[in-house]
Design a protein around this ligand. Structure first.
Ligand code: NIG
Ligand code: FE
Length: 425
């Protein structure tokens, strides 16, 4: 098993207020992905000297992280690294910042073609409409598995380079049984976080027959896609699916053992958020147009609101007010929503910069939303934090603080990336 020490970290963001909660002794039993246990009380005092007490982002200065195999084994002051039998590979961060790997909990990266012309028209004043999805459906149906796979892997590579270590991937550009099944199968080759989104939009051949298309989605299409998927999603919006149609889709998915997540209130206000909460969705995504009732219901629920600021950037809609949400007690995540229509960025640093500049978040809140927030939106507790027993997914920035992610927008600040303990960049 390989052991790596990252030391001389100028600013470490752990996302846990006490990084030693759940510590496991060096060389001790390895917890599985969902359980962290044990204690390391010997180092607790030294953490409070180097950490920021009461800081929910778990910020440490002059810190070190020890990685054993695919897990984090120890976190603490660089001056107090424990002895490791057998030694370790040492990586000197030279005062740089280290954060958890980004968890991008919303993407649509299995598709053919692109829509650069549509984007350019929008920048010249055209409005974004859900119907544009249909042109990508035509290009996706016409692409071979190998073409789609090569494209998909290219996007993943692009994401990893920018610090994203976990990606959720949706289907939704097939919209017939055969193509939707191809898309979830291709996604399942590269991530466990696969979402069946057969209810993305009503395809052209079902024009004006939305209810019949929903019958297909919850029948034969769900049968073909459920075995390869963890999640069920629906675009609950004017121009896509009504609230009753969305309910049918989500309830059918839940009955098949899939967990719900919902696209809602992207283009205007609606009842999708309330439906998502009622059905216990892990996340409701977009939330660009939220009523006070939506915000209160989200705050009282376990449903995460996943903001997708690349969409507002690229469709010229107003950015959601994350300050209002956070102050009300809503858990907010940030994701890229990489897709050829509404948001063709794969850069979590870019979305963090937008969230800070346009959505009223502090940089610490935006980094939390892009890491621990994404993990919450995927109901994962093995990622999104840097703590003993968790997956060793980390990003070293070529900057002394996480603030630089928003302060230096557009600059490639990701210096090194570890995924499952392996230095991949
Ligand atoms: O999340 N909102 C629905 N689906 C995508 C857009 C897809 C497209 O325009 O191709 C989204 O923004
Ligand atoms: Fe989306």
């Amino acid at each position: 098993m390989s052991t790596t020490l990252i030391t001389n970290i100028g600013e470490l963001t752990t996302n846990v207020s006490s990084p030693l909660d759940g510590a496991v002794p060096i060389g001790g039993a390895r917890p599985d992905s969902r359980t962290v246990s044990g204690d390391s009380s010997a180092s607790r005092d030294s953490i409070s000297r180097s950490g920021h007490p009461g800081d929910r982002f778990g910020t440490l200065t002059d810190a070190a992280v020890l990685i054993e195999g695919d897990r984090i084994a120890w976190v603490g002051p660089a001056s107090e690294v424990p002895a490791v039998p057998g030694g370790y590979l040492e990586v000197d961060a030279e005062g740089r910042a280290v954060i958890p790997g980004f968890v991008d909990s919303h993407s649509h990266i299995v598709f053919g073609g692109d829509r650069a012309t549509e984007f350019e028209a929008r920048m010249a004043g055209e409005r974004y409409a859900a119907g544009g999805i249909r042109s990508t459906v035509a290009a996706t149906r016409g692409a071979s598995d190998d073409e789609l796979r090569a494209r998909l892997r290219g996007f993943l590579d692009e994401m990893l380079t920018q610090g994203t270590t976990t990606v959720e991937i949706k289907s939704g550009y097939g919209l017939d049984v055969e193509t939707e099944a191809r898309l979830v199968r291709l996604a399942a080759e590269v991530t466990p976080e696969v979402t069946f989104l057969g209810a993305h939009v009503v395809p052209a051949e079902y024009a004006d027959r939305g209810d019949e298309y929903v019958d297909l989605v919850i029948g034969e299409m769900l049968d073909a896609c459920a075995p390869h998927s963890r999640w069920i999603d629906v675009f609950c919006e004017t121009g896509a699916f009504t609230v009753p149609q969305s309910r049918r889709v989500l309830e059918a998915g839940i009955a098949r053992g899939l967990k719900p997540r919902v696209h809602a209130s992207q283009l205007g206000p609606g009842e999708g958020v309330q439906l998502a909460i009622e059905l216990g969705a892990a996340s409701v995504d977009h939330g660009t147009y939220l009523s006070d009732e939506d915000v209160a219901a989200l705050a009282a629920s376990d449903t995460v609101l996943t903001a997708l600021p690349g969409v507002e950037f690229s469709t010229r809609h107003p950015f959601p007010d994350a300050r209002r949400l956070i102050d009300a007690g809503v858990t907010v995540a940030i994701a890229c929503d990489t897709n050829p229509g509404s948001s063709f960025t794969s850069s979590m640093p870019f979305c963090i910069a937008l969230a800070v500049r346009e959505m009223g978040m502090t940089t610490a809140e935006a980094v939390w939303a892009a890491t621990a927030g994404g993990a919450a939106a995927l109901q994962r507790d093995d990622i999104g934090v840097i703590a003993p027993g968790r997956r060793a997914d980390l990003v070293m920035l070529d900057a002394p603080t996480r603030v630089h992610l928003a302060y230096r927008p557009g600059v490639p600040l990701v210096k090194k990336v570890w995924k499952d303990g392996v230095a991949v960049r």
